[in-house]
Structures are given as structure tokens and as C-alpha cells.
Design a protein around this ligand. Structure first.
Ligand SMILES: Cc1cc2nc3c(=O)[nH]c(=O)nc-3n(C[C@H](O)[C@H](O)[C@H](O)COP(=O)(O)OP(=O)(O)OC[C@H]3O[C@@H](n4cnc5c(N)ncnc54)[C@H](O)[C@@H]3O)c2cc1C
Length: 369
């Protein structure tokens, strides 16, 4: 049976950090809000693997974003408000450097990392806490938005997998390149905007992140920080990813997706462990668990057609600060003029979009093209 069509003040497309922040702020200020999220979970590029109590756990490891830094005041304020516990990234000990001709060298100290903080229950715990602030019924999972249409009376009609809903305004809280690939806009978006959106790189959308869990952080006992840089590859950088107090014990690595295209994820995990043991020693050859995400294969993160000149200089561009047709507002980390790419950028973009909604007069008629 068809669902009753409802009218909202605002529909938010995407329940990553930006979309959740925008929805929460608008809801708190009396707006009726619907959030359509394509995945069956919230958080987008923030997702954590929960570890059951056992050899390595309990705890959580991050398969997407993980750190925030001291000067990132919006993330700090949100974690304070939500009562989300944080802890410092482990830095102590020496770093390692791997190159193809010279093998592995030990560096004095850790020039690889800068001081940063992490979420004690994972970045996924932080976004779940944020989603928990939304009133019942606001968030709809498994609802990829497929079309956004401005009707002759100026109302915006949004269609997702099973829903058709109307709103005065819409927040596009997903990377612009993904929005123009996945959503059919009527009227069509201006050509220069489509080009800018399609050529705006998705931050970390072409990276593989792999995490290995261990019964203990033996590298720390050897005076190593867990940080390493490799010019031999395929993984290029490594960091300690253990939980607060070293438990669960974990290391993670980043590799460019392009070099691992077509390789099954379990094989990437094997390659990762092989490289870990090459760099950190044979004890790293036997993790209790390995998790791999190739973010370029995530249909709701990376566009299928990556623009050949995907650009980061368009981050925070003016074109993304203006409402489109006076009804549509951009909000993802890529559109934030400050800290684009970071969680901080996403949070700021969410607040900025909510503010723009509140500054925009209600629609009176359809826009002229
Ligand atoms: C491997 C990795 C490591 C990172 N490390 C860090 C770090 O340490 N520190 C840091 O600050 N940042 C880091 N980042 C970046 C950080 O994760 C992002 O800046 C932030 O999470 C982006 O949030 P967002 O809401 O802007 O976008 P997203 O998280 O991408 O949210 C967009 C949402 O829209 C949904 N969506 C997509 N298409 C549709 C559709 N058609 N309809 C409805 N919903 C849709 C998606 O499912 C998603 O939930 C990292 C990212 C990755 C991938």
C-alpha cells in the first residue's frame, strides 16, 4: 500500500555527520524534518567495528574517519554536548620507514603523527549518539534518494526507494559528486554547478583502510609507536589503532584504492598482514581479526564515475555556499570552507546548512531556470 505523502519543513538527504548535525539543529529549533539515508546505518564515512569481549576487546575500531585535532572546536563541542568520551592517539615510541631498496629502517621518535584525539567507543559511537538525539520517526534508513523535483508551487518533492515526501527545503548532505550522479534533479541543475560538483573529489573516497587486531600491542613493548611510512607499498602509512589503555590492540593502514583495483577484500587483508609482518616483525603476522574497507567500492561514498580531474581545490567553493533554486542547500565536508575533508568540516557544513535554511524565505513559486 502506498505511504501517505507527508509534507516537512526540511528533508535531509544523507545521515553522515553533516546530515545528522543539520537535522538535529533544525529539529531543536522547531522545524519538522525527515532524514533519508541510503545505507542501513548512520554515519557514512564514520563507521566502527564493535569488538565483543574476548582476546582483543571489548572496544571499537574505526574503518573510516577516526581522529580529530585540538583546534577542531566544533567536534570538541559536539562530543562534550553528547557526553562522548575521547582519548589521545598513542604516539610514544619510534616510527618505522620502509623503502623497496633499503628495507625497514627505525627512525628516532615519531615524526609521522601529530597529537590527535579519538572517540572511546569509535567514531561510529559518536554518530550513533548524534542520531539518538533525533526524535522517533525522523530518520529513515535504506532510503536512497533518487529524485528531487521542484513542483510548480515551489514545493520540493523527494523520492527515495519507498518514500515520496514534500518539503519547503532540502539539504543535500552527501558529497556533491555523488549527489549529481545519483539524484535526478528537476529542473536540471545549472551546467556549471553540475560540472563543479562532478569534479569535486570525495575526500578519502579512493582509499583502502585495513585494521588488524592483536591479543596485545607487542610493538609498544619493543619501543615502537605503531607508526610507519612505506614507499614499497601497497599500504603507504600505518598507525597504532588500539583502544584506550591499549585495548583492544590494533594497527591500521591506508593504501590507494587504484593499486588494489579488482583485488578481493580478503586478499587485500592478506596483503596487509604480510606487509605488517615485513615492517613490524613476525608477531604481526598473526592478527586475531582483520577488517578491510575499500571506500572506492562503497556505492554511497564514491561516485562510480570518478571525474578524471577530481579536484580538492573546489572544496568550500562559493558555488556550494549558495542555495540552488532558493530551495536546495549543500552540506558535506567537501563544501565546508573550513576543515574540508575532516569530521570538523562535516559538522560545520551541517550547522551552516541549517542556518541557511532558517535564513531562506518559504517558497512562493517554482524557480525560473
Ligand atoms: C578511511 C577514511 C579515513 C578518514 N579519516 C579521518 C580522520 O581521521 N579524521 C577526520 O577528521 N576525517 C577523516 N575522514 C573523513 C571523514 O570521515 C569525513 O569528513 C566525514 O565523515 C564526512 O561526513 P559527511 O556527512 O560530510 O559525508 P558522509 O559521511 O559521506 O555522509 C553522506 C551520507 O549520505 C548517504 N548517501 C549517499 N547517497 C545517498 C542517497 N542517494 N540518498 C540518501 N543518502 C545517501 C551516505 O550513505 C552517507 O551516510 C576519513 C574518511 C575515510 C573514508
Amino acid at each position: 500500500m502506498a505511504e501517505e505523502r507527508r509534507r516537512y519543513d526540511v528533508i535531509v538527504v544523507g545521515a553522515g555527520a553533516a546530515g545528522l548535525v543539520a537535522a538535529e539543529a533544525l529539529g531543536r529549533n522547531g522545524y519538522s524534518v525527515l532524514v533519508c539515508e541510503a545505507r542501513s546505518r548512520v554515519g557514512g564515512r564514520l563507521v566502527s567495528h564493535q569488538i565483543a569481549p574476548g582476546a582483543a576487546g571489548p572496544g571499537a575500531v574505526d574503518l573510516g574517519g577516526t581522529w580529530f585535532w585540538d583546534h577542531e572546536g566544533f567536534v570538541e563541542a559536539i562530543t562534550d554536548q553528547l557526553g562522548v568520551e575521547t582519548f589521545p592517539q598513542h604516539l610514544a615510541g619510534d616510527a618505522l620507514y620502509e623503502s623497496a631498496p633499503a628495507g625497514v629502517q627505525r627512525l628516532q621518535g615519531n615524526p609521522v603523527d601529530v597529537p590527535a584525539r579519538r572517540f572511546a567507543h569509535g567514531a561510529g559511537g559518536m554518530v550513533s549518539a548524534l542520531a539518538g538525539r533525533l526524535p522517533e520517526g525522523v530518520l529513515r534508513l535504506d532510503e536512497p534518494v533518487r529524485s528531487v523535483e521542484i513542483l510548480p508551487d515551489g514545493v520540493v518533492r523527494v523520492q527515495s526507494r519507498t518514500l515520496t515526501a514534500d518539503a519547503d527545503q532540502v539539504i543535500l548532505a552527501l558529497p556533491p559528486a555523488l549527489a549529481v550522479e545519483q539524484i535526478r534533479f528537476t529542473p536540471a541543475l545549472p551546467a556549471d554547478l553540475v560540472l563543479a560538483a562532478a569534479s569535486t573529489a570525495v575526500w578519502m573516497g579512493s582509499m583502502v583502510k585495513a585494521v588488524a587486531l592483536f591479543d596485545q600491542a607487542r610493538w609498544r613493548r619493543a619501543g615502537l609507536s605503531g607508526s610507519a611510512i612505506s614507499h614499497a607499498g601497497p599500504f603507504r602509512e600505518f598507525h597504532d589503532h588500539s583502544g584506550p589503555g591499549g585495548s583492544p590492540a590494533a594497527l591500521f593502514g591506508f593504501a590507494p584504492s587504484a593499486g588494489l583495483a579488482g583485488v578481493p577484500l580478503d586478499e587485500i587483508g592478506e596483503v596487509f598482514v604480510h606487509q605488517l609482518s615485513r615492517i613490524f616483525g613476525t608477531h604481526a603476522a598473526e592478527p586475531s581479526e582483520v577488517r578491510v574497507v575499500d571506500w572506492s567500492r562503497e556505492q554511497y561514498t564514491a561516485p562510480q564515475t570518478v571525474h578524471p580531474y577530481a579536484r580538492t581545490d573546489l572544496y568550500g567553493a562559493d558555488v556550494f555556499q549558495l542555495p540552488v533554486f532558493g530551495r536546495l542547500h549543500w552540506a558535506s565536508t567537501e563544501v565546508s570552507p573550513a576543515f574540508p575533508g575532516h569530521i570538523e568540516g562535516a559538522v560545520r557544513a551541517g550547522f551552516a546548512a541549517a542556518r541557511r535554511v532558517s535564513e531562506t524565505p518559504a517558497p512562493a513559486a517554482a524557480p525560473s531556470r
